[in-house]
Design a protein around this ligand. Structure first.
Ligand code: SAM
Length: 251
């Protein structure tokens, strides 16, 4: 990979609205609320409910759902649709793939006016720069879908889920609310995920029932390009293994 990455020295320097989400639905809603407030100011009998939050609303648009190693962006787009008031960001290290996803999102904007405005893509090395982009406890969901397995033992330190990086991910996740998702079709890598996440003091495994209730679990199987491959080849015994972890309260 070309290792020249641009990144801010601190998350406060990011202008997410300007650079990634200029038409975010939450912005549009707020603009509408303000417009309504102004219209109703002249109204004889304004309905008080339409005023409730309009004058005090401050919208804070920054990514709270990260699709790490988003590849061609299938899950990023599906999450955008499934979580319309969240702010979704796909992160991808490959320049051409990132550009493909950027254009794919733009095509979706064209084909579906007012939809997919809450998703974007960023080219970066997610193993190096996440705390430069995102604030502590600002992330609700972080996805690791079919990460590169790095089979050889000497390459295990290059795996994107590791003890050290889990501490970075838990730093970014909101205590109680935050969830970390991992899925792979490589059994050995799945065992690695279960071991590393299971041993982390700030992560707690969701039960089978809790996982099946989470719409994102369905999406990470059916909407990722790699998940689709597994489904297509399912009849040949190709399987997917996954877990979801809750970020518990702690330091
Ligand atoms: N998540 C997608 C899916 O499930 O279809 C793509 C999976 S693909 C096997 C792994 C992706 O992670 C590749 O697109 C690769 O370029 C990207 N990747 C690998 N290391 C990365 C890193 N350090 N930061 C960001 N993306 C990375």
């Amino acid at each position: 990979f070309n290792e020249s990455f641009e990144y801010p020295t601190s998350p406060e320097l990011m202008d997410w609205i300007e650079d990634h989400y200029p038409e975010h639905p939450l912005l549009t809603m707020t603009k509408q609320q303000h417009a309504e407030t102004e219209t109703h100011t002249d109204d004889e009998t304004p309905s008080s409910s339409s005023f409730l939050s309009s004058s005090s609303t401050t919208v804070n648009i920054q990514p709270n759902v990260l699709d790490i190693g988003c590849g061609f962006g299938g899950l990023t787009l599906a999450l955008s649709n499934a979580l319309p008031t969240h702010t979704i960001l796909g992160l991808e290290i490959r320049t051409k793939v990132t550009e493909y996803v950027r254009l794919r999102i733009l095509a979706h904007h064209k084909d579906h006016p007012n939809l997919y405005q809450n998703c974007s893509v960023l080219r970066t090395n997610a193993m190096k720069y996440l705390p430069n982009f995102f604030r502590k406890a600002s992330i609700e969901k972080i996805f690791f879908c079919f990460p590169d397995p790095h089979f050889k033992r000497k390459n295990h330190p290059r795996r994107i889920i590791s003890e050290r990086l889990l501490s970075e991910y838990t730093y970014l996740l909101k205590p109680n609310l935050g969830r970390l998702y991992c899925i792979t079709d490589v059994k050995d890598l799945h065992n690695w995920h279960v071991e590393k996440c299971g041993n982390h003091p700030l992560l707690q495994e969701l039960t089978e029932e809790e996982m099946e209730e989470d719409v994102c679990v369905k999406l990470m199987k059916s909407e990722t390009e790699e998940g689709r491959k597994v489904i297509r080849e399912g009849k040949f015994g190709h399987e997917m293994y996954y877990r979801v972890y809750r970020r518990v309260v702690g330091d």
